[in-house]
Design a protein around this ligand. Structure first.
Ligand SMILES: [Zn+2]
Length: 431
């Protein structure tokens, strides 16, 4: 599909994490951005190879932005949404989440993923960094929707083997342009040293970054120090897991030496503000990460611990919580939040072709409806997006040049009612 977006405002990302907005047209040829400009200097056809354009889309002055990158999630946990809330984290995990997950089949995961994709599209999310039990089934579900997805291994003491992780790595990285796999494991508190070392060997063999849940709770860090005499960040660095980079999900309870390791290894901090609030885990030191030039990305975490897959809520809380933590209303400006939500996430997920709107980049983009009261007046559209924007402003979501969501209608090849029925049937079946 070749699509011409006309009469648009186009958000362009700068390397200094700022943005500028140009009025004009953005054309998508195949899966790439082919042209951005006023339309006058562009060649509409190529004599050798005429381009067939779909009917142009009149954006009516609305804003095109790069898609949000959900840099940490467990998508199939849609089935546990609002099932076991308002519990202490350890009880929630061991008495509710783990026993229910043990009853999931690979087919369940497939359908639950599609429910998650639908919610992502309504929130302007164009790719996810997913950790779950069956990575290959995960990858297939996202691919079948036309959605871009990066899998990471959630290996721990109770799941599959390091050898199987290698099989997942090879299978998913060969699955096609919408799928990729980055090495990882669940967390220090669920994973033996031998498994962590095994992941490290694979990371060296394949030159892959490594990601894990890290420093989510005070208890996790304290117990790691009791076991190993060091923080999870120091332990994983001592095991030489970060030779090719990587990072951590949550990264809330950090010690001084941890920041030095992150800088030395170029590690990403993937923040999950909603999940950290709901599970009473704490508030991440976002200002410190920015001050230290430690790269940031944003994730929703799974829908059982959030419970929404809503990037506008994450963006608002990322900056609002940082302001409260630092008692400084000037810290963590909206531009840094939007950068983390788009380019930062893309870089963490090794999707550098999807990080911004520019010629030659992949067409992963969102049309934001400005013709709604919460986006007016247009004093500063970046501030509007972060401080007053909402899912209701998402008018169109395009992934890899394909429109997957437009005007509240999904174009992913599945009937929404069937997906809702399947999700309800899966959780109803469990005991
Ligand atoms: Zn998580």
């Amino acid at each position: 599909m070749n699509v011409q977006f006309k009469n648009a405002k186009i958000l362009k990302t700068r390397d200094d994490h700022g943005f500028e907005i140009v009025d004009g047209e953005l054309w998508v040829k195949g899966n790439e951005i082919f042209y951005i400009g006023d339309g006058k200097d562009a060649e509409h056809t190529d004599c050798q190879d005429p381009i067939v354009w779909e009917n142009p889309i009149d954006c009516e002055g609305n804003l095109l932005i790069p898609g949000f990158k959900n840099a940490h999630t467990h998508t199939p946990m849609t089935f546990l949404r609002s099932y076991a809330d308002d519990m202490p984290l350890q009880d929630w995990l061991t008495k509710q989440v783990f026993p229910k997950e043990a009853q999931l089949t690979k087919e369940d995961v497939y359908w639950l993923d599609i429910l998650g994709v639908m919610e992502y599209l309504t929130s302007g999310i164009t790719s996810n960094f997913d950790m779950y039990l069956f990575p290959v089934e995960n990858a297939k579900a996202f691919r079948d929707c036309g959605f871009r997805s990066v899998q990471t291994s959630g290996i721990n003491n109770f799941s599959y083997s390091v050898k199987e992780v290698e099989e997942h790595y090879l299978a998913i990285n060969e699955m096609g342009e919408l799928n990729s796999f980055i090495l990882g494991f669940h967390a220090e508190y669920t994973t033996s040293k031998e498994i962590m070392q095994g992941i490290g060997e694979l990371a060296h063999k394949y030159k892959s970054p490594v990601f894990l849940h890290n420093a989510e709770t005070k208890r996790e860090v304290a117990e790691c120090k009791e076991r190993w005499g060091m923080t999870p960040t120091a332990l994983t660095d001592a095991l030489d897991l970060y030779r090719f980079g990587g990072g951590g999900y949550h990264m809330v309870h950090m010690e001084e030496a941890d920041f030095e390791i992150m800088k030395k290894r170029n590690l990403f901090a993937v923040t999950n503000p909603c999940s950290n609030l709901k599970l009473a885990s704490g508030i991440a030191p976002i200002k410190r990460y920015l001050d230290e030039n430690i790269p940031l990305a944003i994730g929703t975490d799974g829908p059982a611990s959030n419970n929404a897959l809503d990037f506008f809520r994450e963006m608002y809380l990322m900056t609002a919580l940082a302001k409260v933590r630092e008692e400084d209303a000037s810290c963590v400006p909206a531009e840094e939040v939007l950068y983390a939500a788009t380019a930062g996430g893309a870089h963490a997920m090794n999707l550098t072709d999807c990080d911004r709107l520019a010629v030659g980049k992949k067409a992963d983009l969102v049309m934001i409806d400005l013709n709604q009261p919460n986006m007016q007046p247009e004093n500063n559209l970046v501030k509007n997006l972060v401080y007053s924007g909402s899912k209701s402003n998402v008018k169109l979501t395009m992934v890899n040049g394909q429109i997957l969501y437009k005007d509240h209608q999904f174009r992913i090849g599945f009937d929404p009612k069937e997906i809702y029925d399947r999700a309800n049937a899966i959780i109803s079946r469990m005991n």
